[in-house]
Design a protein around this ligand. Structure first.
Ligand code: DC
Length: 342
């Protein structure tokens, strides 16, 4: 047995308890997973944070994750002019039979700039594509939670663009008008309490984008080449420095052509309409089953037949039929596929 140290750092989106905890959790999970650490082998963790972070102690997360025996200490990082802001670093000290040179360090988000030499290129990406209601978002969320990866819902980004247009009286089918508004649209994904939130120009629109009107508008703006270019670039960037599960329509074919695992998920259209009606019922919203089914079929048509990046299964994707399967079954099967592949 010897003693080794593992380095890691991550930037936080904002000085809030949620953001500090969420990012520390992602960082620690990645260090534990990539070094195959037993929690008992962790002797101590030194956390440092830049002086602009003071809403919570990151060490709280280590305790929550079950690191109960290790000594933990949080300190303020020495301030150096022009240094990276909003950054949390860790030095994880472990007892192991491996050598220091074999330790894998983790630098995530803005912190990759700190040690480009230590940035790992072996991040895992799981691409899940499929039509509306196939269950891919629920599955992707659950798989990400189980594996400790970041979940990226790309549909939410197209919905946010559509929402902006609708709110500002722009016809989502008018390519020229939509393209002209792109430079007024800033989209950010944030992670709060283990959940993805989508911010449009610094406002949380996560719930506002879940209407049928926005869904229809999203299908329109998703057919626009310039919109896709902007959003695909954003999506690729997120995948560069994180283990992720990303769902959408073109993830395996266009956004992450080299994804570690690709899944194409589908389900019978009646089953998909039933799922959608179930969601509406839960929210207390009235619905007409036939109308919902028709809307889903129309959206499929739109997504599959558009000229740019139409919805289709990548040649190397695993086809997955979620009809008659529970969320738990779908999650377990996908986690198995991912574990076999990596
Ligand atoms: O999955 P969703 O219903 O939230 O997606 C909204 C719309 O965005 C849908 O019509 C398909 C489109 N979309 C896309 O074209 N490419 C993606 N990667 C994700 C969604």
């Amino acid at each position: 047995m010897s003693y080794c140290s593992i380095r890691g750092a991550v930037t936080v989106e904002e000085n809030s308890r949620e953001s500090i905890f969420e990012n520390t959790r992602i960082l620690l999970k990645d260090i534990i997973k990539s070094n195959d650490l037993d929690l008992e082998s962790i002797i101590s963790i030194i956390f440092t944070a830049t002086r602009d972070i003071d809403e919570a102690y990151p060490a709280v997360v280590a305790r929550e994750m079950g690191i109960v025996h290790a000594g933990l200490v949080c300190m303020q990082e020495m301030y150096v002019k022009n240094s990276l802001e909003m950054c949390i670093r860790v030095l994880v000290n472990v007892e192991t039979d491996k050598k220091q040179k074999d330790m894998k360090h983790t630098y995530l988000k803005g912190a990759v700039k700190l040690r480009p030499d230590l940035v790992r290129r072996d991040f895992v990406s799981v691409a899940i594509d499929g039509p509306a209601g196939s269950g891919k978002s629920t599955a992707a969320k659950e798989v990400a939670k189980t594996l400790g990866y970041i979940y990226v819902d790309t549909g939410a980004m197209y919905r946010a663009v559509a929402f902006y247009c609708i709110e500002n009286g722009i016809d989502t089918g008018d390519d020229f008008a939509v393209e002209n508004s792109l430079d007024k649209i800033d989209i950010k994904l944030k992670y709060e309490n283990n959940e993805q939130k989508i911010y449009l120009n610094d406002t949380d629109v996560s719930s506002d984008i879940r209407t049928q009107t926005v869904a229809k508008g999203a299908s329109n703006v998703a057919a626009n080449e310039k919109v896709r270019k902007v959003l695909v670039n954003l999506q690729k960037k997120i995948a560069e420095n994180n283990n992720i599960v990303m769902d959408g329509r073109d993830i395996g074919t266009c956004v992450l052509p080299n994804a570690s695992v690709k899944i194409y998920m589908d389900a019978d259209v009646c089953e998909r309409a039933k799922r959608r009606c179930g969601e509406l019922e839960l929210k207390g919203i009235e619905f007409d089953f036939d109308k919902i089914k028709q809307e889903i079929a129309e959206r499929d048509e739109n997504d599959k037949n558009r000229k740019i990046s139409p919805l289709r299964k990548a040649d190397d994707a695993v086809f997955f039929d979620s009809t008659n399967k529970s969320i738990e079954e779908v999650k377990n099967e996908i986690v198995c596929i991912v574990k076999k592949a990596i």
